[in-house]
Design a protein around this ligand. Structure first.
Ligand code: GLC
Length: 632
């Protein structure tokens, strides 16, 4: 009896001590939005959720509090996948983990799996019940077993927390439709167009082509509902403290099932104030800050990854500050855009200027998530100033990228489709798998082995650059075996209008099982990515606690990126040289400001190749990437 009581008491003491130190700040933030309304109920909910935390998770909480940088290690390699595409249901997932372990994956982002409408569900981003697994993916028990299986292999599980909206089938929406005013006040519902019309004056549309307008008319209620995304995704009203409390409660319930990383979906949109752009408002930061505190308080083993698809200057503020942190992780969205831009233009200057602009002064626990592809489209949100600086007209340049990745620009190696293509503004985004956008599909169609080799090199370059560039690299499932676009989505009437399904296909297990056969391009991709992963693990210049800078090279096609420890004042570093063109290049680098670079012989971590910057020009092959360090 005593033996079991002791750890429990210790956990309780630790919780109380966290409560004492964090609650005053939480209360202050809460009051700034809601006054006193519902605060006691909110605190009761937090205590209740903590008391439901299992012993295993309480132990994990303690471990991670003792090793708070667990997610910043170079061993962190992420993958994102759809359960149904990868293994049909959760029942089959544990058996699939061998493959992920072989690749070196330690963080697995599972695309939305909670209850969702049958067909119109935005790939699961329209949630009908935050506590129940949709039966298409298996049972709640299978989900729990899967999480345990991941933890046994030291794989952290990341799940979406869709906080801006619910589906129109969520119990709250159903009650609102039935006329229950308490639930109607959890959304934005108007009987006439006065307020919706005012709103439309100042707020942009997210899907101007696929889902125009920010409001949807509901005939049953004879009212207009705010639906920023699709018509079946009803925006939640966070001005109502019940919404905040219940969403916080849902978050903690998910945390209590063992989720390690929450992907906070579409963060910038969650607070609405008429007369503003309704994006990135200060109250959004207050809410994220509160979510962070309640996780630190109740489930400190868990961390937050923010999805903030905004201009570069609007993204880093979501890390918060050292004293008032918000997200632990943020997608490095513009970095991804600049990788694709560099491939299309064979010019790394915009990538280089972005790397220089990535702020260094982020909180010590903050880190970027680097990726080449994900389940969404690529929106061309590059810095227009950076484009102008090098003489590109931003509009024309965007048009070039759109056409290039569609495969319609003369000489393009790419095969893709347009998304949200607006014939009025000529704006569009692009879809496609990494391999098809990198030229593998076209080269196979053309039976062009030379182009095929280049495509494989492009895919490897993008992934290796993500691994080298300070952050957690996340691979989109299928890209590691070079999967091509799947055009069959157009035969499904619920998907046909959404070209993002072009790259949301079934995982090709037959191709994966032939990964030892290096005559196949997909297997070559796997081998190269696997090799970079193996090298990056344990590498002190990989991981997430570094700062990046760039040096000018004699050729715009080749970037020179320096990776140095964020905190230590040392001359030691990793030098990354990457050629974003299909041509062999001879380059020189001005190492004037970095005598350390000139003085040493540098060894490429991948091939062992030796480089001396002080001597002859460096020769770098098509799409080659060199990860150079000085042997200690
Ligand atoms: C996020 C998701 C995207 C979804 C949107 C609306 O941006 O990544 O797939 O359509 O949120 O929930």
């Amino acid at each position: 009896m005593r033996q079991t009581a002791q750890p429990e008491q210790r956990h309780h003491r630790e919780f109380l001590s966290r409560w004492e130190s964090m609650e005053p700040t939480l209360q202050k933030l809460y009051r700034s939005l809601y006054g006193e309304v519902g605060y006691t109920q909110f605190c009761d909910m937090l205590r209740l959720r903590w008391s439901a935390r299992s012993d295993e998770l309480l132990d994990l909480d303690r471990d991670r509090l003792e090793h708070p940088t667990w997610y910043q290690e170079s061993s962190m390699i992420g993958m994102m996948l759809y359960v149904d595409n990868f293994s049909d249901t959760f029942a089959g997932m544990p058996a699939r983990l061998d493959y992920l372990e072989e690749l070196g994956v330690t963080y697995l982002h599972i695309m939305p799996v909670f209850d969702m409408p049958e067909s119109l569900n935005d790939g699961g981003y329209a949630v009908s019940d935050f506590t129940s697994i949709d039966e298409r993916f298996g049972t709640n028990e299978q989900f729990d077993t899967f999480i345990c299986a991941c933890h046994e292999r030291n794989i952290s599980v990341c799940l979406d927390f869709v906080l801006n909206h619910t589906s129109d089938e969520h119990a709250w929406a159903v009650k609102a439709r039935e006329g229950d005013k308490r639930y109607a006040s959890r959304y934005f519902i108007y009987q006439d167009r006065t307020l919706p019309d005012q709103y439309e004056q100042t707020v942009n549309e997210v899907f101007p082509v696929l889902a125009p307008g920010n409001f949807t008319y509901n005939a049953h209620m004879e009212s207009w509902v705010l639906t920023t995304f699709n018509h079946y995704q009803w925006d939640l009203n966070y001005q109502n403290p019940d919404v905040f409390r219940e969403m916080a409660s849902a978050l903690l319930q998910m945390a209590n099932r063992g989720v390690d990383i929450f992907r906070f979906d579409a963060i910038p949109y969650i607070w609405k104030q008429w007369g503003t752009s309704c994006r990135n408002l200060p109250q959004v930061h207050t809410i994220i800050r509160m979510f962070r505190i309640i996780l630190e308080l109740v489930a400190p083993a868990t961390i937050i990854k923010g999805e903030v698809v905004m201009a570069p200057q609007d993204v880093a503020p979501y890390f918060g500050t050292e004293q008032a942190p918000e997200c632990h992780l943020l997608y490095n969205v513009t970095f991804m855009v600049e990788l694709w831009n560099s491939l299309a233009t064979r010019d790394t200057r915009m990538l280089s200027s972005l790397i220089t602009d990535i702020p260094d002064n982020i909180p010590s626990g903050a880190c970027w998530v680097n990726y080449a592809r994900c389940h969404d489209d690529i929106g061309w949100g590059f810095s227009e100033d950076a484009a102008r600086t090098i003489g590109f007209d931003p509009f024309q340049h965007k048009r070039f990228l759109i056409m290039f990745y569609l495969g319609a620009y003369p000489g393009s190696f790419s095969r893709g489709e347009l998304y949200e293509s607006d014939p009025k503004t000529l704006d569009a985004r692009n879809c496609g798998t990494c391999a098809s956008l990198c030229g593998l599909e076209k080269s196979l169609q053309d039976r062009d082995e030379y182009q095929m080799e280049l495509a494989v090199k492009r895919i490897a370059l993008l992934h290796a650059f993500c691994m080298a560039a300070n952050g957690i690299p996340v691979i989109y499932s299928g890209d590691e075996i070079g999967q091509l676009n799947d055009y069959s989505y157009i035969y499904d009437m619920h998907k046909a209008r959404d070209s993002r399904y072009l790259h949301r296909q079934k995982f090709d297990w037959a191709a994966a099982s032939r990964r030892g056969d290096l005559s196949l391009p997909g297997s070559q991709v796997f081998r190269k990515i696997h090799r970079f992963i193996t090298i990056s693990k344990g590498q002190r210049f990989m991981g997430s606690s570094h700062r990046l800078s760039t040096l000018k090279t004699s050729d715009v096609g080749v970037i020179c990126m320096l990776v140095r420890p964020r905190k230590l004042e040392t001359a030691e570093m990793m030098v990354v040289l990457a050629n974003f063109t299909e041509h062999q290049k001879q380059i020189t680098i001005d190492t004037g400001g970095h005598p350390y670079m000139g003085e040493h012989t540098w060894t490429d971590l991948v091939q062992g190749k030796l480089i001396r910057f002080a001597e002859d020009p460096v020769i770098i092959g098509p799409y080659e990437i060199l990860l150079l360090t000085v042997a200690s």
